[in-house]
Design a protein around this ligand. Structure first.
Ligand code: SF4
Length: 207
Protein backbone atom coordinates (compact mmCIF):
# COMPACT_ATOMS: atom_id res chain seq x y z
CA UNK A 1 0.00 0.00 0.00
CA UNK A 2 1.38 3.44 -0.92
CA UNK A 3 1.80 6.17 1.72
CA UNK A 4 -1.02 8.08 0.08
CA UNK A 5 -3.41 5.13 0.24
CA UNK A 6 -2.44 4.45 3.85
CA UNK A 7 -3.11 8.11 4.79
CA UNK A 8 -6.49 7.99 3.04
CA UNK A 9 -7.40 4.74 4.83
CA UNK A 10 -6.38 6.22 8.19
CA UNK A 11 -8.40 9.36 7.50
CA UNK A 12 -11.43 7.30 6.58
CA UNK A 13 -11.12 5.17 9.74
CA UNK A 14 -10.84 8.33 11.86
CA UNK A 15 -13.91 9.85 10.16
CA UNK A 16 -15.92 6.68 10.75
CA UNK A 17 -14.91 6.61 14.40
CA UNK A 18 -15.87 10.25 14.85
CA UNK A 19 -19.20 9.72 13.10
CA UNK A 20 -19.99 6.74 15.34
CA UNK A 21 -19.04 8.76 18.43
CA UNK A 22 -21.30 11.68 17.43
CA UNK A 23 -24.12 9.32 16.46
CA UNK A 24 -23.92 7.70 19.91
CA UNK A 25 -24.27 11.12 21.60
CA UNK A 26 -27.24 12.01 19.40
CA UNK A 27 -28.93 8.66 20.06
CA UNK A 28 -28.36 9.04 23.80
CA UNK A 29 -30.21 12.39 23.78
CA UNK A 30 -33.05 11.29 21.49
CA UNK A 31 -33.52 8.16 23.61
CA UNK A 32 -33.62 10.18 26.80
CA UNK A 33 -35.97 12.86 25.44
CA UNK A 34 -38.34 10.18 24.14
CA UNK A 35 -38.58 8.78 27.66
CA UNK A 36 -39.18 12.22 29.26
CA UNK A 37 -42.96 12.29 28.63
CA UNK A 38 -44.38 12.71 32.15
CA UNK A 39 -42.96 16.08 33.13
CA UNK A 40 -44.79 19.39 33.02
CA UNK A 41 -43.73 21.31 29.87
CA UNK A 42 -42.12 24.36 31.52
CA UNK A 43 -40.23 22.23 34.05
CA UNK A 44 -38.95 20.01 31.28
CA UNK A 45 -37.68 23.03 29.32
CA UNK A 46 -35.94 24.41 32.40
CA UNK A 47 -34.27 21.08 33.05
CA UNK A 48 -32.97 20.81 29.48
CA UNK A 49 -31.84 24.46 29.55
CA UNK A 50 -29.89 23.86 32.76
CA UNK A 51 -28.25 20.88 31.12
CA UNK A 52 -27.35 22.98 28.07
CA UNK A 53 -25.83 25.67 30.32
CA UNK A 54 -23.72 23.08 32.15
CA UNK A 55 -22.60 21.56 28.89
CA UNK A 56 -21.62 24.92 27.40
CA UNK A 57 -19.79 25.94 30.58
CA UNK A 58 -17.83 22.69 30.47
CA UNK A 59 -16.92 22.93 26.77
CA UNK A 60 -16.15 26.66 26.91
CA UNK A 61 -13.71 26.03 29.75
CA UNK A 62 -11.99 23.26 27.76
CA UNK A 63 -11.52 25.23 24.55
CA UNK A 64 -9.02 28.09 24.34
CA UNK A 65 -10.81 29.26 21.16
CA UNK A 66 -13.77 30.31 23.29
CA UNK A 67 -11.75 33.29 24.53
CA UNK A 68 -12.46 34.94 21.19
CA UNK A 69 -16.24 34.98 21.67
CA UNK A 70 -17.57 38.44 20.88
CA UNK A 71 -21.25 38.20 21.91
CA UNK A 72 -22.37 40.73 24.51
CA UNK A 73 -25.42 42.37 26.03
CA UNK A 74 -27.11 44.76 23.61
CA UNK A 75 -25.72 43.06 20.50
CA UNK A 76 -28.85 41.70 18.89
CA UNK A 77 -28.38 40.99 15.18
CA UNK A 78 -29.17 37.31 15.76
CA UNK A 79 -32.43 38.27 17.50
CA UNK A 80 -33.68 39.54 14.11
CA UNK A 81 -33.26 36.13 12.51
CA UNK A 82 -35.76 33.21 12.47
CA UNK A 83 -35.44 31.11 15.61
CA UNK A 84 -36.63 27.51 15.90
CA UNK A 85 -37.79 26.28 19.27
CA UNK A 86 -39.64 23.27 20.70
CA UNK A 87 -43.11 23.42 22.34
CA UNK A 88 -41.88 23.10 25.93
CA UNK A 89 -39.69 26.16 25.40
CA UNK A 90 -42.73 28.09 24.13
CA UNK A 91 -44.71 27.01 27.22
CA UNK A 92 -41.88 28.19 29.49
CA UNK A 93 -41.71 31.59 27.77
CA UNK A 94 -45.48 32.08 28.04
CA UNK A 95 -45.45 31.05 31.72
CA UNK A 96 -42.60 33.48 32.39
CA UNK A 97 -44.56 36.30 30.71
CA UNK A 98 -47.69 35.50 32.72
CA UNK A 99 -45.75 35.36 35.97
CA UNK A 100 -44.17 38.73 35.21
CA UNK A 101 -47.60 40.17 34.30
CA UNK A 102 -46.36 41.00 30.83
CA UNK A 103 -48.33 40.87 27.57
CA UNK A 104 -46.92 39.51 24.35
CA UNK A 105 -47.20 41.53 21.15
CA UNK A 106 -49.76 39.24 19.52
CA UNK A 107 -50.17 41.46 16.47
CA UNK A 108 -46.47 41.17 15.67
CA UNK A 109 -46.51 37.44 16.36
CA UNK A 110 -49.38 37.04 13.91
CA UNK A 111 -47.56 39.03 11.24
CA UNK A 112 -44.33 37.10 11.88
CA UNK A 113 -46.14 33.78 11.77
CA UNK A 114 -46.86 34.33 8.06
CA UNK A 115 -43.11 34.15 7.39
CA UNK A 116 -40.85 31.17 6.89
CA UNK A 117 -37.11 30.71 7.41
CA UNK A 118 -36.65 31.46 3.71
CA UNK A 119 -38.51 34.76 3.56
CA UNK A 120 -38.05 36.01 7.15
CA UNK A 121 -35.74 38.81 6.02
CA UNK A 122 -38.36 40.23 3.70
CA UNK A 123 -40.26 41.58 6.72
CA UNK A 124 -39.70 45.19 7.86
CA UNK A 125 -36.80 45.37 10.36
CA UNK A 126 -39.10 46.03 13.35
CA UNK A 127 -41.15 42.93 12.55
CA UNK A 128 -38.07 40.74 12.18
CA UNK A 129 -37.11 41.42 15.79
CA UNK A 130 -37.92 38.72 18.33
CA UNK A 131 -40.90 39.77 20.46
CA UNK A 132 -38.70 39.43 23.56
CA UNK A 133 -36.03 41.84 22.36
CA UNK A 134 -35.95 45.00 24.51
CA UNK A 135 -35.51 48.54 23.20
CA UNK A 136 -31.96 48.49 24.62
CA UNK A 137 -31.05 45.48 22.45
CA UNK A 138 -31.08 43.09 25.44
CA UNK A 139 -33.15 39.93 25.80
CA UNK A 140 -36.04 40.55 28.23
CA UNK A 141 -36.43 36.83 29.00
CA UNK A 142 -32.74 36.00 29.29
CA UNK A 143 -33.18 33.42 32.05
CA UNK A 144 -35.86 31.63 30.01
CA UNK A 145 -34.40 32.05 26.51
CA UNK A 146 -34.47 29.01 24.22
CA UNK A 147 -31.50 26.71 23.82
CA UNK A 148 -30.83 27.92 20.30
CA UNK A 149 -30.11 31.38 21.78
CA UNK A 150 -27.93 29.92 24.55
CA UNK A 151 -25.61 28.11 22.18
CA UNK A 152 -25.26 30.75 19.45
CA UNK A 153 -21.84 32.30 20.07
CA UNK A 154 -19.68 34.07 17.51
CA UNK A 155 -15.97 34.78 17.36
CA UNK A 156 -16.00 37.32 14.53
CA UNK A 157 -16.73 41.05 14.58
CA UNK A 158 -20.41 41.51 15.62
CA UNK A 159 -20.83 43.82 12.60
CA UNK A 160 -20.65 40.71 10.40
CA UNK A 161 -23.73 39.30 12.19
CA UNK A 162 -25.89 42.00 10.57
CA UNK A 163 -27.50 39.80 7.93
CA UNK A 164 -29.04 42.87 6.24
CA UNK A 165 -25.66 44.04 5.07
CA UNK A 166 -23.37 41.03 5.35
CA UNK A 167 -23.16 37.52 3.99
CA UNK A 168 -24.20 35.04 6.71
CA UNK A 169 -21.24 32.79 5.86
CA UNK A 170 -18.80 35.55 6.92
CA UNK A 171 -19.75 34.90 10.57
CA UNK A 172 -17.39 32.65 12.53
CA UNK A 173 -19.11 30.58 15.20
CA UNK A 174 -17.76 28.87 18.27
CA UNK A 175 -19.66 25.70 18.87
CA UNK A 176 -19.78 22.58 20.98
CA UNK A 177 -20.55 19.36 19.11
CA UNK A 178 -22.48 18.01 22.06
CA UNK A 179 -24.58 21.18 22.40
CA UNK A 180 -25.44 21.01 18.69
CA UNK A 181 -26.38 17.34 18.94
CA UNK A 182 -28.41 17.84 22.09
CA UNK A 183 -30.43 20.66 20.51
CA UNK A 184 -30.92 18.70 17.25
CA UNK A 185 -32.22 15.78 19.33
CA UNK A 186 -34.62 18.04 21.24
CA UNK A 187 -35.96 19.57 18.02
CA UNK A 188 -36.32 16.11 16.49
CA UNK A 189 -38.08 14.50 19.47
CA UNK A 190 -40.18 17.42 20.80
CA UNK A 191 -40.90 19.05 17.41
CA UNK A 192 -39.49 22.19 15.80
CA UNK A 193 -41.41 25.36 14.95
CA UNK A 194 -40.45 28.94 14.34
CA UNK A 195 -40.84 30.95 17.54
CA UNK A 196 -43.95 32.97 16.50
CA UNK A 197 -45.92 29.86 15.55
CA UNK A 198 -44.83 28.01 18.70
CA UNK A 199 -45.72 30.98 20.94
CA UNK A 200 -49.13 31.48 19.33
CA UNK A 201 -49.91 27.79 19.84
CA UNK A 202 -48.84 27.96 23.48
CA UNK A 203 -50.85 31.17 23.96
CA UNK A 204 -53.97 29.58 22.49
CA UNK A 205 -53.62 26.73 24.98
CA UNK A 206 -53.55 29.13 27.93
CA UNK A 207 -56.41 31.43 26.73
S1 SF4 B 1 -35.37 34.95 23.15
FE1 SF4 B 1 -33.95 36.59 23.69
S2 SF4 B 1 -31.94 35.92 22.94
FE2 SF4 B 1 -33.49 34.65 21.90
S3 SF4 B 1 -33.95 35.71 19.95
FE3 SF4 B 1 -35.43 36.43 21.48
S4 SF4 B 1 -34.52 38.32 22.35
FE4 SF4 B 1 -32.87 37.18 21.30
Amino acid sequence: MSDESRDAANRSARDQKKEAYLRAIYDRYTGRFRGDGQQEASAQAQEVHAEMDDLLTRDLAKDAGSEGIRCGKGCSHCCHEPVEIWPQEAALLIDAMHEAGRELDRERLLRQSASTVENWRQQPLADRACVFLGADGACTVYEFRPNVCRKLLVVTDPVLCDATHQQPDSVGRWFSWEAELMESAALEVFGASLMPQALLKALNRTD
